[in-house]
Design a protein around this ligand. Structure first.
Ligand SMILES: Nc1ncnc2c1ncn2[C@@H]1O[C@H](COP(=O)(O)OP(=O)(O)OP(=O)(O)O)[C@@H](O)[C@H]1O
Ligand SMILES: [Mg+2]
Length: 311
């Protein structure tokens, strides 16, 4: 099998309040996640990411469209057998400790006692909760709850892991650990589908992404293909360039920024030819180049570009 998730035109409208006001949570979600891929679903708050995940995991029924999970229609229990799921803001029986939670979950999955214990110990270590084994989950911080949820999602060695904002509530160290864990899951042969706002982490770990804006998947693809390769801004930081050369330098098409007299002058622009001319001129006038930097589009820029186009 090459596709672990196939979503085709998924749509969902909620009706709220006495007047049954319509909220179009999801208008059209079409994408496929391939086997052994790390796939990110990104989009602004309220874009429909959690709704998509709830449909895929069978918590909510779609109004339109269809989807398969590991080759089976989403309604079938078998589709979910090999699925690990971390919900947004996971809820637990929070009087339990993590070993108790995992033991309970393992029992529901039909794991033997020895297997449950071995796997729970391994996962508690892996998500960094060894120090909190004896503490009830209600005394956990937000990030610790997130880690407990992750251990629970991975317990039965699922082939497909669906995570709703796995990095939410985690500090930078915790986020790096989760990123590493997601990579390890891929190395072990699993496929990972996750929704996230932490674009830096998405950029580092995902093979492909889908961008969702106002209930629609507007882009799907590899990041290097989605991101525009054109230069957004060129920045040159110079030293030893006198104010008297300002007009001459600005004539190249670059903009002059000086914090204070004598401070390093920063030149900015978007045209590479203008930047080359400015570089040569700085050197000719006895100045030095401290830094030359081209800013290309990052996932964050794509995200903002698509979000503003979509409105
Ligand atoms: N149970 C519900 N009843 C009514 N409206 C809902 C329900 N769940 C979600 N919505 C609405 O559907 C839209 C999409 O919500 P969803 O939770 O899928 O967004 P999201 O992309 O996960 O956002 P976030 O990044 O904030 O988690 C929002 O406008 C939300 O208010
Ligand atoms: Mg959400």
């Amino acid at each position: 099998m090459t596709e672990v998730i196939k979503a085709d035109g998924l749509a969902k409208t909620y009706r709220i309040g006495f007047f049954r006001k319509r909220v179009e949570a999801l208008r059209s979600a079409t994408f496929t996640v391939r086997e052994n891929e790390i796939f990110g679903l990104i989009g602004p708050n309220g874009a429909g990411k959690t709704t998509t995940i709830k449909i895929l995991t069978g918590l909510v029924a779609a109004d339109r469209g269809s989807a398969t999970l590991l080759g089976r229609p989403i309604g079938e229990p078998l589709a979910r057998k090999n699925l690990g799921y971390l919900p947004e803001g996971p809820y637990f029986y929070d009087h339990l400790t993590v070993p108790e939670l995992l033991d309970f979950h393992g029992t529901l999955c039909g794991m033997s006692k020895a297997e449950r214990r071995k796997r729970a110990d391994e996962l508690i270590e892996r998500v960094g909760l060894s120090h909190a084994r004896d503490r009830p989950i209600r005394k956990f911080s937000k990030g610790m709850r997130q880690r407990a949820g992750l251990a629970s999602a991975l317990l039965h060695r699922p082939k497909l892991v669906i995570l709703d904002e796995p990095q939410s509530g985690l500090d930078p160290i915790g986020r790096a650990e989760i990123t590493r864990l997601i990579r390890e899951l891929k190395d072990e042969g699993s496929s990972v589908f996750f929704a996230s706002h932490i674009l830096h982490d998405v950029e580092r770990v995902c093979d492909r992404v889908a961008v969702m804006i106002q209930g629609r998947v507007v882009d799907v693809g590899r990041l290097d293909q989605l991101l525009e390769t054109k230069v957004l801004e060129i920045e040159i930081v110079t030293e030893g360039v006198a104010e008297e050369h300002r007009a001459e330098l600005e004539a190249t098409g670059m903009t002059w920024h000086a914090a204070s007299p004598g401070a390093p002058v920063r030149l900015s622009g978007t045209d590479p030819v203008a930047a080359q001319a400015a570089l040569a001129l700085v050197v000719r006038r006895g100045g030095a180049i401290r830094r030359y930097q081209e800013h290309h589009e990052h996932l964050e820029d794509l995200f903002v570009r698509r979000a503003t186009e979509g409105t």
